[in-house]
Ligand binder design. Structure first.
Ligand code: PLP
Length: 376
């Protein structure tokens, strides 16, 4: 059988190492995983109740239009229902946007060290991902992005620009001035869609952050992606939201699978979206956890990037594979990010207080064990 090289060269997604596998391999009873940016609170009691209540109906197909959920999102987020589409996680939305707007051999544009899904989904559609370098603070370089687009979009057939804000795995963000710069140069154009991926937007503490939704009414080419995997604690249920021009929603509804979002996910999201108590608890947990990490990383003299998300990227100043191996032996799963081109960095998600403290204790021990890389 003939299979295209882009498909053959795809590397299967490597999730954070599973807890059970780590327990088996290292003979450990207790393993903590802070590797996948999940919500450490566990599901909201309201979500659990809603799911239990819906179990009797699971012999039925789900609502293919997600009608009730779209109405509620529209109300709670104050955005027109006709501009909302629901996906099987935002990952599906990324995948379908690329399939809709990029022919094989065409391109998408994002930044270096941007969320890896853009790259993977592009390659699976035989589309070339183009990246502009980060600024010195590991921030997305909006000027470079605009310059690159204006110079290369035609020849490289780029119609989509992906802007993760805040970004994973760096935790950095674009402020309202950056967003305005992007919109001033690329807004209201018919040859490009600006896709703002705001998976972590509820965790942002920076005062000068402005979500793209506040510009949505004035610009014809903004797409916003949100997810229920992070602050809403529903990563296992798979539900993402797209806010987009009507024409995009219309195309999306043609290409997606009719039952892309299962019934339990819809029911759970309806219960989760205005669960203020749970959202606040999630925010508090993440913010206090990040502050604890900053304090301890500073004590260990490990450089880190201040994060607007629910994880922190830090530099171990050591061979990250050795650090990772030593942490695993102690039952701590963090995420090395060599796949993003970082040789000595790790990403550490905020967990519960107990998990955070265990991770820091293990890290302190491991730093004494693994030699420092030569500085130059
Ligand atoms: C976690 C994450 C998502 C969410 O993906 P889902 O498919 O909705 O679980 C989207 N974008 C970024 C940048 C993320 O880190």
């Amino acid at each position: 059988m003939k299979v295209s090289p882009e498909i053959l060269n795809l590397v299967p997604y490597k999730p954070g190492k599973p807890i059970a596998e780590t327990q088996r391999e290292y003979g450990l009873a207790q393993v903590y995983k802070l590797a996948s940016n999940e919500n450490a609170l566990g599901p909201s009691p309201k979500v659990i109740a809603a799911i239990k209540n819906a179990l009797d109906e699971q012999h039925r197909y789900p609502d293919p239009s997600c009608y009730e959920l779209i109405q509620k999102i529209s109300k709670v987020w104050n955005l027109p229902a006709k501009n909302i589409g629901i996906g099987n996680g935002s990952n599906e939305l990324i995948d379908l946007l690329i399939r809709i707007y990029s022919e094989p051999g065409a391109g998408i544009l994002t930044s270096q060290a941007a969320f890896v899904a853009y790259h993977v989904c592009a390659q699976a559609s035989r589309v070339n991902p183009y990246h502009v370098p980060l600024t010195s603070g590991m921030k997305m370089d909006v000027k470079a992005l605009v310059d690159y687009f204006n110079t290369h979009a035609k020849e490289s057939r780029i119609q989509l620009v992906f802007i993760p804000n805040p970004n994973n795995p760096t935790g950095t963000y674009l402020n309202s001035e950056d967003i305005r710069y992007l919109l001033q140069h690329l807004g209201n154009r018919e040859d490009v869609l600006l896709v703002f991926d705001e998976a972590y937007n509820e965790f942002v503490r920076a005062k000068d952050y402005q979500p793209a939704s506040s510009f949505f009414a004035q610009y014809s080419n903004i797409v916003i992606l949100r997810t229920f995997s992070k602050v809403y604690g529903m990563a296992g249920l798979r539900l993402g939201v797209m806010v987009a021009p009507e024409a995009t929603i219309d195309l999306f509804n043609r290409v997606r699978n009719p039952f892309n979002v299962n019934d339990l996910a819809q029911v759970a999201a309806l219960a989760a979206i205005d669960d203020a108590e749970y959202i606040h608890a999630s925010q508090e947990l993440v913010w206090s956890g990040l502050d604890f990490f900053y304090q301890e990383l500073s004590r260990m003299k490990l450089p880190y990037i201040e994060s607007q998300a629910n994880f922190v990227l830090f530099d171990t100043l050591r061979d990250v594979n050795k650090v990772n191996e030593a942490l695993l032996r102690r039952g701590i799963i963090l995420r090395p990010v060599t796949n993003y081109g970082f040789r000595s960095h790790m990403r550490m998600s905020v967990g519960t207080r107990v998990e955070n403290e265990a991770a820091i204790l293990a890290l302190q021990a491991v730093l004494r064990e693994v030699v420092h890389l030569p500085t130059n």
